[in-house]
Design a protein around this ligand. Structure first.
Ligand code: 1PR
Length: 549
């Protein structure tokens, strides 16, 4: 197998990248010291998380000069995500930390006054001068996750000989990919962009991308060329698999009604809806934009290193090239042999097994309570803070399990209420959403606004907003809950619980500003496919990513 060298310089999830590289027929050799950079013919600089963290690691380990030398030698070089950002002079994310300076310009933050930041999801990489630059396709979508971007100024980089592909997010046009000579870099993650992304990786690795560019160098950009074919961020549809061991000891995908996963029949068996790896693969092939696994029992009696979810991730990430999230049991814990294992260590095992994000439930509620009890002080010791510092905010999702508490009027409680169109049992016209822990078994005196604002302050990058009242009901999402949380935070929110048909997805995207929507039961029971949901959204004029086989 031909090889590519991958720079191993910073904590991050490179497992998916390795899987994607292997999938297109190459094997990875690691560069673990600056001297080894010289061994590389093709070099990839991956990068996730914080610009300053990545660049200061590169600088202090002595990598900057060897990387520049590799690029100047004319050997193939590819940067991914922060690997693209590193090519510029610097970033507002850490103004004191210089980039490689191969390209002029500095990155700035997306404006979050009227949109969620980070920019998470599937967007364009459209290059008017070279539409099929390194396998890009104007009709394909690519997976982005970043808060800082290189703003695009028409013609500026092109005048220096660069081909530039762009995307648009909330009116801001940013650099999605750039290429010139031996250098190719993407802000999106090709390894998480399905078949469209694998095509880009292959074009870099087999040299066909550079050859095509050499024979058709970018021309001056004219007129409105740069604005062609820009649809913006697509509506993200996520499939969620709740996983647990059943009474026979098998690992199964299950699904509850209001979190009760047992059959209604007398035997009260755990519902078995299928096998996790196979079902994840099926949803990927139906066009799911992400797959989420929630370990809903935390496999309590198992040594941490043998957690069955690790194997599920390893197997799934070999064939599923969209982002994978894993949740359940991510907290400081004591292993079966008495060793203490931190939440960060557990998250690290998940990332190394192929997860792109981890989702934290109960532990986030406890951390938020402590945050308010200490007068909103951040000590840096929560799982959210530690994992987001090491892997970036985008890697930390907080999964919220709220329940409605009805009140007759807003001042009957200290909590944030909503006026509801679905009054309570005694005709109460208001409700607040109480956070729960332990899979809904314990209700806390903390509302969803308090929780989501606290975890956003701690560095959480996205909210997975379930709703116990709606879970498994097939009656549609709780729009009132979603609107309340969307108004409270600036990070993206995934609407979850209650989806029973494709129309419910259309409704939640039309009636709220949710960033993504998740379904479980309707997919598991085979009532509808993810593809049908996307067809419905498309028919109603919403932009979606279509699966490319
Ligand atoms: O508290 O960090 O160990 O995480 C536990 C995780 O497991 C949390 O994310 C929590 O939401 C989840 N969980 C715990 N118990 C259950 C249960 O069902 N008994 N599942 C559970 C939560 C809810 C959604 C579901 C949507 C959509 N599952 O993920 O997929 O409600 O369902 P639908 O479309 O069929 O309505 P920790």
């Amino acid at each position: 197998m031909p090889t590519v060298h991958l720079l191993d310089y910073v904590a991050g999830n490179v497992r998916s990248l390795v899987n994607a590289i292997e999938r297109v027929g190459y094997s990875v050799e690691w560069v673990r010291t600056p001297e080894e950079v010289a061994n590389a013919d093709k070099l990839i600089l991956p990068g996730v998380g914080h610009f300053g963290h990545c660049l200061s690691q590169l600088a202090s380990a002595g990598y900057m000069a060897p990387i520049r030398a590799h690029i100047e030698s004319g050997k193939p070089f590819m940067g991914i995500c922060v690997g693209l950002q590193a090519l510029f002079e610097g970033s507002a994310e850490d103004p004191n930390c210089p980039g490689l300076g191969v390209l002029p310009g500095k990155l700035d933050r997306f404006d979050d006054t009227s949109k969620s930041v980070p920019h998470i999801g599937w967007n364009d990489a459209s290059c008017p001068t070279n539409p099929s630059l390194f396998g890009l396709n104007p009709d394909s979508k690519y997976y982005y996750v970043h808060s800082y971007k290189m703003p695009y100024t028409k013609g500026e980089l092109e005048s220096k000989g660069w081909a530039v592909a762009t995307g648009v997010y909330g009116g801001e046009t940013f650099v999605g990919a750039i290429a010139k000579g031996n250098v190719m870099a993407t802000q999106f993650h090709p390894e998480k962009s399905g078949v469209a992304g694998l095509r880009v990786l292959r074009a870099f690795l087999d040299g066909s991308g550079a050859a095509a560019l050499a024979s058709n160098p970018p021309q001056e950009i004219t007129g409105d060329d740069a604005l062609v074919g820009k649809e913006g961020l697509t509506r993200r549809v996520i499939a969620c698999l709740d996983v647990r061991t059943n009474d026979q000891g098998d690992l199964v995908v299950t699904k509850g009604d209001q979190y009760d996963v047992r059959e209604k029949s007398d035997d009260r068996n755990v519902r078995n809806l299928g096998k996790p790896v196979e079902m994840a693969r099926k949803y990927y092939e139906q066009g799911a934009d992400e797959v989420t696994f929630l370990n809903i029992t935390s496999f309590r009696d198992c040594p941490v290193a043998d957690l069955p979810m690790l194997e599920i991730l390893r197997l799934t990430s070999k064939t599923v090239f969209v982002p994978l999230t894993v949740g359940g049991g991510i907290r400081d814990t004591v292993d079966t042999d008495g060793t203490k294992v931190s939440a960060l260590e557990i998250a690290t095992m998940y990332f190394q097994s192929g997860a792109d994000k981890v989702s934290i439930g109960s532990d986030a509620v406890i951390a938020a309570e402590e945050y308010y009890a200490s007068g909103k002080t951040l000590f840096g010791n929560t799982a959210i803070e530690q994992i987001s510092k090491a892997y970036g905010n985008q890697a930390v999702v907080v999964s919220v399990d709220p329940k409605r508490v009805y009140v007759p009027k807003p001042d009957a409680t200290r909590h944030h209420t909503v006026k509801t169109s679905y009054p309570g049992p005694k005709g109460e016209e208001y409700c607040w959403y109480a956070c729960t822990i332990k899979g809904g078994r314990e209700t806390r005196d903390l509302d969803v606004v308090e929780l989501t604002q606290a975890v956003e302050a701690m560095g959480c990058g996205e909210i997975l907003l379930n709703c116990i009242d709606k879970d498994g009901t097939n009656s549609g999402f709780d729009l009132e809950l979603i609107r309340q949380v969307k108004a409270a935070v600036r990070i993206p929110v995934i609407a979850s619980s209650g989806a029973g048909n494709p129309g419910h997805f259309e409704e939640v995207f039309r009636e709220t500003t949710t960033d993504a929507a998740l379904g479980a039961g309707m997919f598991h029971r085979g009532e509808y496919t993810v593809q049908q949901v996307k067809e419905e959204l498309k028919a109603r004029g919403l932009v979606v990513r279509q699966f490319e086989g």
